[in-house]
Design a binder for this molecule. Sequence first.
Ligand code: PMP
Length: 439
Amino acid sequence: MLTEIAAGDAVALCRSSQLFARGQKVFPAGVTRATIDREPHPIYVARGEGAYLVDVDEARLLDLNNNFTTLLHGHGFKPVVEAVCELLAAGTCFSNPTRYEIALAELLTSRIPAIERIRFVNTGTEAVMFAIKAARAFTGRSAIARFAGAYHGAYDWAEAGQNGFDIRLDGSRNARLGYRGAPSEIANDVLVLDFNDADGLDDTIAAHASRIAAILIDPMPSRAGLLEPQPVFIERIMDVANRHGILIIADEVLNLRQSYAGASARYRLKPDFVVAGKIIGGGFPIGAIGGNAEVMSVFGGDPSSPVVSQGGTFSANPVSMVAGLKAMEAATPAVFDRLERQGDWLRAELSAVARKHGAAFSVTGAASLLRIHPRATPPTTYAEAAPTPPDIAAMRSLSRHFREKGILLPHDAAACLSTPMGDDELEHVVATFEQFLVD
Ligand code: PMP
């Protein structure tokens, strides 16, 4: 399956398809991440330049993916590049702590109300895993409650329910496990609830309360549709958790980019743990588990035998710490305000264009995040947002059109803005969308 591009009179294979042919000989499915778009082949990147990336065929694309929302400042952000270059010669990892981890921790604890203490790891997956372990250790309970369709990384207990649930003979829900052969016991300890269903939440939690350690919630789950959380739902989560001694884990790996203080603060959720990742690493691998001093104490205790042992060869490596520090220092309240205004404008314009042309498209999202849906009204539940095969085809075709016009638009995940984007870029996005609807 090699794409051919015309090169003058001759026909040449594009470099990306050539690379894909090589990749297929060494990687299952030809790539190293399931999330790589392969329609008809991945776009191999040569370099990033601010809001843009340049692929190996010298095509320049406005990057609305930003490595799955990681790069708040786009590619090659100078303060990060300079600090990391300086650090490379001084050493990239040690078995000892460095001052950079304290600086990044101080920044995050001063901004995010729910974080008094923090631990760094290397990925969001790892951070969610440790938050779940910590909640279990703190409560002495093993089950977790989570919302259908939300993505929380690849830890078995976080993955179960990501693709929804099946109904058991007794009418209860059985979390769909991540892969064939996963221990079926996992489903007994993962309760799958519906996002924005306050009453359903109450009933299910009450029936299992004594064995639930935590409610795991992404305040605006992106894979589930980038759904706006209803205030009554958020209040009910806190009320139910409080009533039953259940902890709340806010997975803000993606949504921390919603504001200077993160997403929980924005939606008035008061979690016990906040899980972070992506933007706080400035483009380098990172994850973090934060929370109030009491719950975070499970990572301490007797130093030779903490209640929950959390290590990691590369945890808090100085490169990620310094890059994260530089990226986050530059993410001032004014920067978040500007991104938010741009996001509001873009979402409103895209929605207006769809209305103008009577097209069944709607837009969800907040701050610098957005997701286009092939339906006339924005989804409020996962059931409404879950794409049907025709929806998937429609979004793929939209994404293909965007790519032809020089824009990288994720077709099944959140798109996002970065600080180097200006009016020209945003207007280009709206014009490209309109062109798609007209053609
Ligand atoms: N939680 C959420 C909400 C995420 O969006 C992601 C990554 N997309 C993860 C967890 C896992 O993070 P990572 O890919 O760094 O393991």
